[in-house]
Design a protein around this ligand. Structure first.
Ligand code: HEC
Length: 406
């Protein structure tokens, strides 16, 4: 069934290929076309034509040919300028958009950073630049090379075109070239080894229709292609790549997701509660949770002071406490003006507190200071407390400390 369809298609293509071009053409000459047998002939012919000063000519070969640009004396393409201009526009638009969104339309203070800064904007700026450059390059090629508003060259469907897309090499000099004189051109072609010269006339439609790009058939094909592409993309990306085994990202598994229903248990809840009176392994609840700090009497620092412990405490303090309390516990951290200023850790109250009270503040939080139990494990909390003690002592050194340090 399918093979018959394919055969039919191939046959009709063959038929079309061998059919003579019967379309009615106007009397207006588009150009003279020459056919050559070998690549060498066409390269020499192109160089000849360019050397004689013709400008409006083009070469048609069945495959790309090295050295043809030079032979034709082609200057480098102007597409680069179009791409550059639109790329620059894309860059400016992206920067403008980011600047406007983050410092005019919706300014947010995030960690005290400036509203607009170049480093953070680089990725989007890059994307904007690449996007417009890409679009510009495609449009530039379509307009500059394919002469976009025109969609049908007089060469299409001619015998000439059928042969140069198969096994011959062709050259066309346009009739509107300043140097075009019929007899001269024919002589030039034949002396260069052309085995056939054809006259190509404009179609009536080439001359009649002003904006062929609005041709109904053309527009409907573009639309149909766009819709088809959209449907195929949608189906592949949303259905095939997600729901069809084995592309389902292992989403469909025989397991119960959190918050979901299960018919296995009487109460139909998929999630289980901890058994009463048990504690999860490796996790001891904080027994003074939510209590006032006066109740924290029995907590004492289980870590012995050592260089290692103090260094660990310093590192953790600098990471977790210094943003508000400052590197020396004076309450002058980097978050000043953005968060209520904490009291100095050198005040009489904290100096006199037993270690347990500081532990309680870190674990439980105190007024606006949030709990750091999630971020700082128990041993690190005690190490931080040793370090705070060291900070306090450094501010209240006695004469004895002086002699000791010697
Ligand atoms: C987000 C800012 C912030 C961070 C980070 C922070 N604190 Fe605090 N801290 C405060 C504020 C504000 C207070 C004052 C709370 C109050 O009003 O009682 C405070 C109070 C304290 C107190 C009690 C001081 C007193 O005089 O009552 C101690 C002790 C303390 N913090 C230790 C720490 C330690 C140790 C860390 C690091 C694990 C830490 N804080 C991290 C903001 C912070």
């Amino acid at each position: 069934m399918v093979s018959i369809m394919i055969k039919k298609l191939i046959n009709s293509l063959k038929e079309y290929d061998s059919k003579a071009d019967t379309e009615h053409r106007s009397k207006k000459l588009f150009g003279l076309a020459a056919l050559y047998n070998t690549p060498n002939e066409i390269i020499t012919a192109a160089a000849d034509v360019a050397g004689k000063g013709y400008e409006k000519f083009d070469v048609y070969t069945p495959y790309p040919m090295h050295g043809m640009d030079d032979a034709m004396g082609m200057k480098s393409s102007k597409v680069g300028y179009v791409s550059f201009a639109l790329g620059l526009t894309g860059m400016c638009l992206a920067l403008l958009m980011i600047w406007w969104m983050s410092s005019v339309n919706y300014p947010n203070i995030i960690g005290g950073k400036p509203f607009f800064a170049l480093p953070a904007s680089i990725p989007i700026t890059f994307e904007g630049t690449v996007l417009l450059t890409g679009i510009a390059t495609v449009l530039g090629v379509l307009i500059l090379f394919n002469q976009l508003p025109k969609i049908n060259s007089p060469l299409n469907d001619t015998d000439f075109m059928k042969r140069v897309t198969s096994d011959k090499f062709g050259l066309v000099i346009n009739a509107d070239d300043e140097k075009f004189i019929d007899a001269d051109v024919r002589k030039l072609f034949l002396s260069g080894g052309a085995f056939e010269v054809q006259e190509i006339y404009y179609r009536e439609t080439n001359l009649g229709i002003k904006t062929p790009i609005f041709d109904g058939k053309f527009i409907s094909i573009i639309f149909a292609t766009a819709i088809l592409t959209a449907i195929i993309t949608y189906v592949t990306l949303n259905i095939v790549l997600y729901d069809v085994v084995p592309f389902d990202w292992m989403w469909n598994q025989a397991k119960i997701n959190s918050q979901s229903k299960s018919d296995f248990f009487p109460n139909k809840a998929g999630m289980r509660e901890p058994v009463n009176g048990t504690v999860a392994r490796g996790f001891l609840p904080y027994e003074y949770k939510g209590m006032p700090d006066s109740s924290v009497k029995l907590l004492s620092n289980p870590l012995a002071v050592s260089r290692k412990v103090l260094e660990r405490g310093q590192e953790r303090f600098n990471i977790y406490c210094s943003p508000c309390h400052g590197y020396f516990g004076e309450g002058d951290g980097r978050m000043r003006d953005q968060f209520p200023k904490p009291p100095s850790l050198h005040n009489q109250k904290v100096l006199n507190w037993p270690d347990g009270n500081i532990f309680h503040v870190i674990t439980n939080g105190q007024n606006v200071m949030p709990s750091y139990a999630e971020q700082v494990p128990v041993d690190d909390r005690w190490a931080i407390i040793h370090y705070i003690r060291a900070l306090q002592r450094s501010k209240n050194a006695s004469d004895e400390d002086l002699t000791k340090s010697k």
